[in-house]
Design a protein around this ligand. Structure first.
Ligand SMILES: C[S@@+](CC[C@H](N)C(=O)[O-])C[C@H]1O[C@@H](n2cnc3c(N)ncnc32)[C@H](O)[C@@H]1O
Length: 240
């Protein structure tokens, strides 16, 4: 026997090699099946977490302003006042929608309203999908195209709305969504620039004496408009 023979690896017969390959393949398939099941279980767990999670614990600290999306968050006093106005004008059966006004929505949800599961946030920014089914992805340029459109049509009791841009086109399209969602006799609170008063008036929205404030200040003259009389936000006098 040569030294090289003694050092060489023992060779497996082709039959043994075949069996070994089959065993390894079976093990790999089993591992893949296990991974699949583990992933399915994880997905189910995540879903359950999403639907059961305490939505009142979400705060605006999670969402930094993105100026590309025209995000200028309300200050604490404003979001609180808006949320209280919603609370005082809704009951456990009310449907409430906040359109492009996430700060008011987050504040409202943190107050654990009776309507918590009936409050929807219409937003372009998908970070807010932490609210699960209550987040509705919304782009004002397609005012009637959004999830649950048929279910929500003409059935919303209270709408808070703050369109992203100070333009006639943006307000007009956003108001198309508002009219589509609003129940007969439903209430609307619009927050936008003073220059938008004539367009707001076409939908019966009149300027109030309340000035919405923003965390980082805004040079625009911002106002709050309502289509109903409110003690908290009285109408400005002498409006033509
Ligand atoms: C002027 S900010 C109003 C935010 C409000 N001040 C607040 O604190 O909640 C406009 C909102 O519109 C959203 N937005 C941006 N682009 C949009 C689009 N194409 N359609 C609808 N909403 C949009 C922004 O993400 C932002 O939340």
């Amino acid at each position: 026997m040569s030294p090289t023979d003694s050092e060489s690896e023992p060779e497996l017969s082709s039959e043994t090699l075949k069996i070994l390959q089959q065993v390894m393949q079976a093990q790999q398939e089993q591992q893949e099946r296990f991974e699949q099941l583990r992933q399915q279980a994880q997905d189910r767990f995540d879903e359950a977490q999403k639907s059961n999670k305490d939505l009142s614990l979400i705060t605006m600290d999670l969402f930094r302003e993105d100026w590309q999306l025209s995000q200028f968050w309300y200050d604490e006093n404003t979001s609180e006042q808006l949320a209280r106005e919603v609370l005082e004008n809704s009951d456990k059966d009310s449907l409430v929608c906040c359109i492009s006004s996430p700060t008011a929505y987050v504040k409202l949800m943190s107050m654990k309203p009776l309507t918590q599961r009936n409050n929807f946030l219409f937003e372009y920014d998908t970070r807010f999908d932490v609210y699960g089914r209550q987040f509705i992805h919304y782009d004002y340029s397609h005012p009637l195209e959004f999830r649950l459109a048929e279910e929500l049509k003409s059935s919303v009791d209270f709408i808070v709305v703050d369109p992203p841009f100070l333009s006639e086109e943006c307000l007009t399209k956003t108001m198309e969504t508002v009219r589509f969602l609003l129940k007969e006799g439903g209430k609307v609170l619009l927050s936008t620039g003073a220059v938008m008063a004539p367009i707001a008036k076409k939908d019966g929205l009149l300027m109030t004496t309340f000035y919405p404030g923003h965390q980082n200040g805004l040079s625009n003259d911002f106002r709050c408009y309502l289509n109903y009389a409110s003690e908290r936000f009285p109408f400005k006098k002498d409006q033509k």
